[in-house]
Design a protein around this ligand. Sequence first.
Ligand code: HEM
Ligand SMILES: *[C@@H]1O[C@H](CO)[C@@H](O)[C@H](O)[C@H]1NC(C)=O
Length: 520
Amino acid sequence: MNTVLLLVLTVGTLWAIQKIVGFRRALVSINSHPGLRTVFSIRGLASLLPRIPYITGGRNKAWQAKHSAFAELDLDIVSFVSALPKASTGFAVADATAIREIVGSRQRFPKPVAMYKGLLFFGGNIVASEAEDWKRYRKICGPSFSEPNNRLVWDETVGIMNDLFDNVWGGKTEIVSDHALEITMPLALFVIGAAGFGRRMSWNEEFSASAKGKGELSFKDTLHTVSEGFLIKLLVPEWAVPFRKRFREVILGFQELERYMHDMIELRRKAEKKEERYDLLSSLLDANDDPVNGQSLLSDQEVLANIFIFLIAGHETTAHSLCFAMALLALYQDEQEHTYQQIKKAIPDDRDPTFHHLSALDYVEAVMNETLRMYPPVVSIPKVSAEDTTLATTNSAGEKIIVPIPAGASVNLHVVGLHYNPKYWEDPYQFNPSRFLGDWPRDAFLPFSGGVRSCLGRRFAELESIVAITMILQKYKITVKEEPQFAGETFEQKKERVLKTKPGLTLTPVRVPLVFTRRD
Ligand code: HEM
Ligand SMILES: *[C@@H]1O[C@H](CO)[C@@H](O)[C@H](O)[C@H]1NC(C)=O
């Protein structure tokens, strides 16, 4: 035989044996805990392929499978083991008690920061860091999400909704939207603009990503371009940028945002007397200047990177969940009517909601919670095991099962599996906001993660959503747009179509066509 061929065969065989040994060793390290076995890792490039049994894990699997992968094995912690590119073990967790333990011990289960490298282009920030850096960021960023900021979110959202009603929807009795994201994306952007950056924007100023005059974008266009072009910035290599207009626009957006933020930081710093302002940027800058030794705890670049990350963390998540909420209310007319009646009871004279109405609007909050249970924008939250340890779960017979978790294993909090786990949620596929009134299983609800690394913007997003839903329902009735091509469909088919999702940075509604009809 040809010696070259022999050499190739030998090397190939040795390589394969080494991979198989690695795979077997990985299985032994988790005591063969049941789960998914694939040749390729469920992360990385192979995750873009469709599911092929024993070869790949498939795309968007976490979302599609809901709780079924756990139910099949009668376990709320399942493993995944793969051989290529290198042997790896991981776990998906849909057990509320185990999740509480994981989010409660940041040392044992830190965030796998390597996965967040893409978020570092403006510098170190709260989302993409761990350990001492993260502590420093959280200490400065945390207090910005204060009670006065919450009130600002509330008031600015009221103003933005009124601007929409008065100046865009005007006196029209019926507003047809081909996709509700057209409303919720700008809405969430304007709220971050105002309550995050201290800059108001209006609906009537057109979006256009192309520069006005000398390579300058308006602030509104800048935020819009950056937030929606974020994935392009993340994925497109620098050399490819000149080849497409859209790539160039996105890069310009990022440069402009950096310029705006530097200007805003300068302005705030130079101001003779600090105004009382509670947008996140102002508060962050105030918190950053330590009055005792006159030093800044974060560099300007770090301030900029953190404010930028608020935009990325808070824009799409909130816009998508509001869009899902409107879709659900349009589909479930009884629920919409009930929510409307609750709003009327809370605010009998149809005035704009004020912060004082908050506690009376608990049903609207329940609608948002139920939306986030069924359509959590973040479908899974990655952690990694820092040491050889164990987690426990129970099967349906109530037997306790101890799962060995080796150091280095990835541990995914499977938000969707948890939210559709029938152990915690009766009839998990049913949209039923009232399940959130009274007692509900708090540990089985994880849209904002949990523990010390939970979402800083939770209140921000909740209040914005409550105001937006309240004000829309006060004035309009929401229905699914009738389209001739869908005339014969059943409710189930309609629901599937309107609530169809695709993967993205966060769970993305594909197309939610709605009609808003004035109530008076
Ligand atoms: C419905 C809307 C939102 C959802 C579902 C959501 C969800 C989440 C989740 C799951 C995490 C943990 C991520 C991880 O572990 O990698 C997180 C973290 C974070 N979110 Fe949100 N978020 C929302 C809105 C917002 C808003 C509006 C802001 C800011 C204005 C924000 C700021 C942050 C920040 C700063 C963190 C990092 C916290 C830390 O690591 O210490 N989020 N969010
Ligand atoms: C909604 O969920 C949050 C936790 O994310 C909780 O604090 C709040 O009490 C819930 N409100 C209602 C009305 O369910």
